[in-house]
Design a protein around this ligand. Structure first.
Ligand SMILES: [Zn+2]
Length: 468
């Protein structure tokens, strides 16, 4: 007896699409083939005309973050993962930032984040953020990897906020995690150049939201990518560029990959659909995030990077603040907490802008929203693919549904969405997490606490081979 059989759909892999039914039992995919040849199931789901895709993996969320620039995150792990699930995501990878919540060492904060995340509606994992390079901190890296957290992140900016890692810290983390089979990631922005630009702009009375983007131009990001790529090449560490937003980044990643280096780039949903023009609109401050939104040529370059295999994953960088929080520091851009929500709409927006608009194939869509993250970040083949033995994390996409995104329809209790008014073609109609239907026709039917912590493990040759 099976729990669920999904019939008549098109199962999408990163490299091909096959018409096959999917048999699910005890949270796993157990059979592929014709439903008639399978044991009877408790439930049959008709997927005629729909794509059956591996559940989305959001490699970049910030649920239940501590106050940032004075503002408390408006989505806790349950609210955030519930919204993500409604939008077709079944795994999120969040962060544990050394120093947050008054912690001293990385393992302290990891323990706290694991506790907070227990209420999650979908499976979750963490990247470890290291901000210091004292021996005790570096000495914990091996244990962190062994407990299933093999990806690290350093902030190359946010010195004023106390979480920036200097170059020596970056080098120390790279060297240590490379010894123990981890992957190094970074938030790439040059802090001192941005700070100087910001000081000059404010001194000249330029505080409008658009100046956030103008004081952090592509140069600020590109310099940091160039520097960290040099350090990664020198140490032989695998590298993952978090939330890349500029064409210079695409070019540098492409050139590093041509040399055979194991480097990868993540971009974000909003960099693929919005430009910095929104910063000049009435809700400009809401759109302040780092790196900032760019001009259309950068949007185009990121899509081209996806097509050519130089941009590998799309995250949301979900960090929910409401309009009041965005403006509580005053009118100047520099006092606006950085971050925008987006986990809920990542899958539909990328599907619509990518597949429905003909920029990418449905297979490339699955690669950038699920499979590649699973492979690069150590979840494959448990996640990121619909194969016998994989977790039954499955989403049905109805490519015929047309919708206009409205904040009123959002699952988050928030007063705005960056995608307000965007017309979307294609929408997730069902989300299955480990064999359980948790979203059906837009209705959340899951439970707080259904999500499990995913212990990740990277392939032994992560530092010497391009995984995707
Ligand atoms: Zn982030």
């Amino acid at each position: 007896m099976l729990d669920i059989v999904i019939k008549n759909g098109k199962v999408v892999h990163p490299d091909r699409t096959i018409e096959t039914d999917v048999g699910i039992r005890d949270g796993k995919v157990v059979l592929l083939g014709k439903a008639e040849l399978m044991p009877e199931a408790a439930r049959y789901v008709d997927a005629t005309g729909k794509y059956v895709i591996p559940g989305g993996i959001d490699p970049h969320t910030h649920f239940e973050d501590p106050p940032f620039m004075g503002a408390e995150c408006r989505a806790d792990f349950f609210q955030g993962t519930r919204a993500a699930a409604v939008g077709g995501t079944t795994t999120c990878i969040d962060f544990a930032v050394q120093g947050n919540y008054g912690t001293r060492l990385p393992l302290d904060v990891i323990g706290m984040r694991l506790e907070m995340a227990r209420k999650s509606a979908i499976d979750y994992a963490f990247h470890a953020v290291v901000t210091k390079n004292d021996p005790e901190t570096i000495g914990q890296i091996q244990e962190i990897i062994n407990m299933g957290i093999p990806s690290f992140k350093c902030f190359m900016t946010y010195e004023a906020e106390g979480i920036m890692a200097d170059d020596a810290t970056i080098l120390a983390v790279m060297q240590e995690m490379k010894e123990h089979n981890g992957i190094f990631g970074a938030h790439t922005e040059n802090d001192s150049i941005a700070s100087r630009n910001i000081r000059q702009a404010l001194a000249a009375g330029k505080g409008d939201a658009i100046w956030h983007a103008l004081t952090k131009p592509p140069l600020v990001e590109a310099e940091a990518i160039n520097r960290v790529l040099f350090l990664a090449k020198s140490t032989g560490a695998a590298f993952y560029d978090f939330h890349m937003s500029c064409k210079e980044g695409v070019e540098m990643i492409a050139s590093a990959r041509k040399q055979g280096l194991p480097v990868y780039a993540e971009t974000l949903t909003h960099y693929l659909v919005l430009t910095q023009d929104v910063l000049e609109g009435p809700d400009g401050p809401n759109y302040i995030c780092s790196p900032p939104l760019r001009t259309q040529d950068h949007v185009d370059a990121l899509w081209q990077g996806i097509v050519e295999g130089n941009v590998h994953t799309v995250g949301s960088d979900d960090n929910a603040f409401d309009t009041k929080q965005k403006r509580m520091g005053g009118p100047s851009f520099e006092s606006v907490p950085n971050g925008i929500p987006g986990a809920e709409f990542r899958i539909p927006v990328v599907f619509s802008e990518g597949v429905s608009k003909g920029r990418i194939s449905v297979n490339q869509f699955v690669a950038i929203t699920s499979t590649n993250a699973a492979k690069i970040l150590g979840l494959y083949p448990r996640k990121g693919i619909i194969e016998v033995g994989s977790d039954a994390d499955i989403v049905l996409i109805d490519p015929g549904i047309e919708k206009t995104i409205r904040v009123a329809d959002s699952s988050l209790d928030l007063d705005w969405t960056p995608f307000e008014g965007l017309k979307v073609t294609g929408w997730p109609s069902m989300t299955i997490s480990r064999g359980k239907v948790i979203v059906e026709d837009g209705q959340f039917k899951g439970d707080a606490g259904h999500g499990e912590f995913l212990k990740r493990k990277l392939p032994g040759d992560i530092n010497t081979r391009q995984i995707v």
